[in-house]
Write a protein that binds this ligand. Structure first.
Ligand code: HEM
Ligand code: MG
Length: 329
């Protein structure tokens, strides 16, 4: 029996989170890290198991405790990832590459490949990670970080903030259109790209600082090293589905979902992809296409674990007014 995700914590105030009980330790030789600087940081500070393999409940707990992420957003993102990249029977997810530590494989086409797996959750035009087409979709990329630095100087007064993030997000999309013949920017990646551009502003800035400006050395600490600065206080505000300000980033340069058609500079809109006008379609398509595509005919224990995890996933958006997709049979 799978445990339901944890609820919201009692204390949602800012507080010291880089504590003696949660010191930074660089990952050991076999510890797994991946494309998410937030989860890498939580593992490096022992809010998640330092080996980089965790249950969805541990991830929800850790992002709430370490960064003050709202319960609905935490559950939504965590179960979205677990459903496509995690082992639904053992309840374990790798925050990076595939590992035997998550347990026996289900039948193909499911891969249980961890967060590095391309094109289910992880996707193109990341801020500091390259496109999978170029061979590495998860390691910190110094060239891309330098692009973040120069755009932050040019548009953000030397900081990563809403003004620079809007320009950087658009630039990363333009980079991929111009260089990656297989560039794909459709749902769910379309949403996560914008959300992940906001995360550093709401989660990587110290909770005692209301400037909205992320210092670039601190940004490097999180993105590159998965490290909180000394004395770091988590955010003073809980950020969840209803107050994550994607709009300010999107509106700087609105672009609709689409793909390159096998050649560079061939970006073609995909009218079948969910976009910001329909959040429920993001949810519905994720369940009926992305998840179902990996588990086209699950049976027995796997089927019940799948449906249970889909219930947990839906529980995070039950107030968003979307009808639940019926259980798989
Ligand atoms: C990127 C998963 C929470 C910050 C990613 C990616 C994954 C992921 C798979 C790679 C997507 C891509 O760029 O292609 C998760 C899961 C979470 C979570 C399952 C559970 C709640 C967080 C938190 C933070 C965070 C709490 C901040 C404290 C980021 C950022 C990126 C990212 C900034 C973009 C990195 C870049 O583009 O260079 N996350 N994440 N994430 N995540 Fe997380
Ligand atoms: Mg990526």
């Amino acid at each position: 029996t799978l445990p339901p995700p944890p609820g919201p914590p009692k204390n949602t105030l800012t507080k010291l989170v880089n504590t003696p009980a949660h010191p930074f330790k660089a990952p050991r030789k076999n510890d797994i890290r991946g494309p998410c600087p937030g989860l890498n940081t939580l593992a490096n500070h022992g809010y998640l198991p330092r080996n980089g393999v965790a249950t969805p409940s541990q991830i929800v707990e850790a992002v709430q405790e370490g960064f003050n992420m709202g319960n609905d957003l935490a559950v939504f993102v965590t179960y979205a990832a677990h459903l496509v990249d995690g082992n639904l029977i053992t309840d374990l997810l790798s925050i990076g590459g595939k590992t035997a530590a998550t347990g026996p494989n289900p039948p193909a086409p499911a891969t249980v490949g961890g967060l590095n797996t391309h094109a289910v959750f992880e996707g193109d035009a990341s801020t500091t990670r390259g496109d999978a087409f170029f061979g590495d979709n998860h390691s910190f990329n110094e060239t891309l970080f330098q692009e973040l630095v120069s755009f932050s100087k040019k548009f953000g007064g030397g900081f990563y903030n809403t003004a620079s993030a809007g320009q950087i997000r658009f630039q990363r999309i333009q980079d991929s259109i111009a260089t990656n013949p297989q560039f794909s920017f459709i749902s769910p990646r379309y949403y996560t790209a914008y959300a992940e551009s906001v995360f550093p502003i709401v989660f990587f800035i110290d909770g005692r600082d209301s400037s909205g400006n992320l210092d670039l050395d601190i940004a490097r600490g999180f993105y590159q090293n998965g490290r909180m600065p000394a004395g770091f206080f988590r955010a003073n505000v809980t950020t969840g589905l209803n107050n994550l300000d994607i709009g300010s980033i999107f509106e700087a340069h609105p672009i609709e979902p689409g793909v390159n058609n096998g050649t560079v500079n061939s970006y073609t809109l995909d009218p079948d992809s969910a976009d910001f006008s329909d959040f429920c379609k993001l949810y519905t398509d994720y369940v009926t296409k992305t998840v179902r595509g990996l588990y086209p005919n699950a049976k027995g224990q796997l089927l019940s674990a799948l449906n249970k995890n889909l219930d947990f996933f839906f529980s995070s958006i039950k107030d968003q007014g979307c009808p639940q997709v019926p259980h798989f049979v």
